[in-house]
Design a protein around this ligand. Structure first.
Ligand code: FAD
Length: 511
C-alpha cells in the first residue's frame, strides 16, 4: 500500500518492526528482504509516487518529478551539478541501469586499506547473483547499441583500450532513450518495478511525500521518527507529520540524504565523521560533431564501457593516468541544449546539428574527499575538483577527446564556458591543459554520492560498524552508499543493493 500527501491531512502515529527511510536501491532492497521475512515494515519516502503512466518523456516535466534538485542543485561553489532521486524508487527511476558487480580488487582494497569486514567477495557473491536474477541483468544484444556506443567500442579497439559490454538491468526495452526521464514502458528494472512491488506484496507500507526529520532518542535507543508531510504541488511541508515508532530504523536516504538526516539530528557531536569523506564521481563530458547521424538520445545509454582506465596508474607516488570509466554519453535534446557551450548563433548552429552530435562521459573515481554540512536546515555539499580529482578529470577529458577524434569526429567540444574546440589529436594536451575547471566553468554532473556515514571500527573516523549500525546506538542502521569507504570504481547500484542485503541480516537480529 502506498499512501501519499493527498491522504495525509492530519498527524498520524504508526508502529512497525522496522522503519526504512528512502525507497531507492538501498531502501527498497532492505525493505523487501525484511518484509518477506515477515517483519512489519514502514517505508518513509520524501519524494512523490509516480508510475510508468506519469513518465511523459518530456525532460522539463520529468526532471521536476524524479530529480532531487529538479536538475538545479549544485555543490557549494557551483562546480558540480548534483543529481539524485526524489521519488518512490529513488535515483534508480532516473538511472541508466548499468549494473556492475563491485570489482574484486575494490572489495580487497576496502578490506585491506579500510579494514572493512563482512563485505568481501565471498559474502557478497550470493547477493550479486540474486540481484542479477531479480533485475534481469545482462549485456545488451547488438540491436540495443546506438551508433555512439558502437563508435566507443571501435575507438577502444583502435587505441588498444580494454572494454566490455555493460551489464544492463532491463526487460523488454523499447529503445526510446528516455531512461533518465523514468521508463514509460516499465522495461528499466528500477526499484519501482522490482523490490518496491515485492516489499508491498509482502505487506510493507510506503508513505510517499514524507520527509524524515527528527529522531526521538532515549540513550542508545531510537524510539521514534517524525516525518514532515510534503505538499507535492508546492514542494513544501504541508503541516501534518507522520510519527513512526519502531524496533529498528534504517537510513537509506541516499548519499546526500542520509548524512543530512544524521546532521540534522546532531549525530556529528558524537561521530565527527558524519558528512565527512563524501564522494560523488564527478563526471566530465566531451561532445563531438560527426559528419553522419549519431542520434545519441535513442536506444540504451551505455551499452559499452572502456574499463582500461578504471584504476588510476601511479608511478613513484605520482599520478600518471586513469581512475575512471569511459562510456558513450546520452542526453536528451533539452539537457544537451543546457550543457552545450555558447549562446545565440553559435549555440543555434550546434542545436541544428543535434542528430550528428555525439559524446562521451567518464565517472571519476574520487581521489579527494568532499563534505556535507548544514547551512541552517539545508545541506551544503563541498566537492573538491582541484587537486587529485582535477588531474583525473583532465586525463579523462583527454582520453575522451582522443577516442572521439580517432573514430572520425570532425570537431570536439569540451563544453566549457570559453567554448574550447579542437579538430586534431595534437591539440588535445594544450586544450585540456588550459581548460579552466573553476566553479561554473565546465559541466560536471555528480550522480553517485557516497561516503558521508562511512563504515569502520573507529568512532572518530567512521559512523557505522560492520553491522551497518550507527556507533553508539542500539537500533539505528544505514543501508546505502553513505557507508562506502570510497567509491566502488564502477556505477554503484549493485554494490548498494548487495550491501543492503548484508545490512538486512543485521537488522533482522534486533527485531
Ligand atoms: C541520472 C543518473 C544516472 C545513473 N545511472 C546509474 C547507472 O547506470 N548504474 C548505476 O549503478 N547507478 C547509476 N546511478 C546512480 C544510482 O542510481 C544511485 O547510486 C542509486 O540509485 C542510489 O540509491 P540509494 O538508495 O543510495 O539512494 P536514492 O536512490 O537516492 O534513494 C534515496 C531516497 O531517499 C529519499 N530521501 C532522502 N532524504 C529523505 C528524508 N529525509 N526522508 C525520506 N526520504 C528521503 C530520496 O527522495 C530518495 O528517493 C545514476 C544516478 C543518476 C542520478
Amino acid at each position: 500500500m502506498i499512501v501519499d500527501w493527498t491522504a495525509l491531512s492530519s498527524d498520524r502515529d504508526e508502529t512497525a518492526d522496522v522503519c526504512v527511510v528512502g525507497s531507492g536501491c538501498g531502501g527498497a532492497t532492505i525493505a523487501h528482504v525484511l518484509a518477506e521475512a515477515g517483519k512489519k515494515v514502514i517505508i518513509l519516502e520524501r519524494g512523490g509516487a509516480y508510475a510508468a503512466a506519469d513518465f511523459d518523456q518530456r525532460e522539463e516535466d520529468m526532471l521536476a518529478k524524479v530529480d532531487g534538485g529538479r536538475g538545479l542543485d549544485a555543490s557549494h561553489d557551483l562546480s558540480v551539478q548534483l543529481t539524485y532521486g526524489n521519488n518512490v524508487g529513488g535515483a534508480s527511476v532516473h538511472y541508466w541501469a548499468d549494473s556492475y558487480r563491485t570489482p574484486i580488487d575494490r572489495l580487497e582494497l576496502w578490506q585491506e586499506k579500510f579494514g572493512i569486514q563482512g563485505h568481501d567477495h565471498d559474502a557478497l557473491e550470493p547477493h550479486f547473483a540474486r540481484i542479477e536474477k531479480d533485475l534481469n541483468v545482462h549485456v545488451a544484444a547488438p540491436e540495443y547499441w546506438n551508433p555512439m556506443n558502437r563508435l566507443v567500442q571501435q575507438g577502444a579497439k583502435a587505441l588498444g583500450w580494454t572494454g566490455h559490454g555493460v551489464p544492463q538491468a532491463r526487460k523488454g526495452c523499447q529503445k526510446s532513450g528516455y531512461c533518465m526521464q523514468g521508463c514509460a514502458y516499465d522495461a528499466k528494472q528500477s526499484q519501482l518495478v522490482t523490490y518496491i512491488p515485492r516489499a508491498l506484496a509482502a505487506g510493507a507500507r510506503l508513505f510517499a511525500d514524507t520527509e524524515a526529520w527528527r529522531f526521538e532518542r532515549a540513550g542508545a535507543k531510537i524510539v521514534s521518527l517524525t516525518a514532515r508531510v510534503i505538499d507535492r504541488a508546492r514542494n513544501k511541508p504541508k503541516g501534518p507529520v507522520v510519527r513512526v515508532r519502531a524496533k529498528a530504523f534504517v537510513l537509506a536516504a541516499g548519499g546526500y540524504g542520509t548524512p543530512t538526516v544524521l546532521l540534522r539530528n546532531g549525530f556529528q557531536r558524537e561521530l565527527p565523521a558524519v558528512g565527512q569523506y563524501t564522494i560523488c564521481n564527478p563526471c566530465p563530458m566531451v561532445h563531438a560533431v560527426f559528419d553522419r547521424e549519431i542520434v545519441q538520445f535513442r536506444n540504451i545509454p551505455a551499452a559499452f564501457a572502456v574499463e582500461h582506465f578504471r584504476l588510476a596508474r601511479m608511478e613513484g607516488g605520482k599520478y600518471v593516468e586513469g581512475g575512471y570509466l569511459l562510456m558513450a554519453n546520452q542526453l536528451q535534446p533539452a539537457t544537451l541544449a543546457a550543457v552545450l557551450p555558447g549562446v545565440g548563433a553559435s549555440h543555434r548552429a550546434l542545436m541544428r546539428d543535434l542528430r550528428r552530435l555525439g559524446g562521451t562521459i567518464s565517472w571519476i573515481d574520487d581521489a579527494d574527499y568532499g563534505s556535507i554540512s548544514l547551512d541552517g536546515d539545508r545541506p551544503r555539499f563541498r566537492v573538491p575538483i582541484d587537486g587529485q580529482n582535477g588531474l583525473r578529470i583532465r586525463d579523462a577529458m583527454k582520453k575522451q577527446a582522443r577516442l572521439l577524434l580517432t573514430v572520425g569526429a570532425k570537431e570536439v567540444l569540451f563544453g566549457d564556458l570559453r567554448d574550447t574546440r579542437i579538430t586534431r589529436l595534437d591539440q588535445i594536451d594544450g586544450a585540456v591543459g588550459s581548460l579552466d575547471l573553476g566553479p561554473g566553468r565546465v559541466v560536471l554532473a555528480a550522480p553517485h554520492p557516497a561516503g558521508g556515514a562511512r563504515m569502520g571500527s573507529d568512532r572518530k573516523t567512521s559512523v557505522v560498524g560492520f553491522d551497518h549500525r550507527v556507533h553508539g546506538t542500539d537500533n539505528l542502521f544505514v543501508a546505502d552508499p553513505s557507508v562506502f569507504p570510497n567509491g566502488p570504481s564502477v556505477d554503484p547500484s549493485v554494490t548498494i543493493m548487495a550491501f543492503s542485503y548484508v545490512a538486512a541480516e543485521h537488522v533482522a537480529k534486533v527485531v
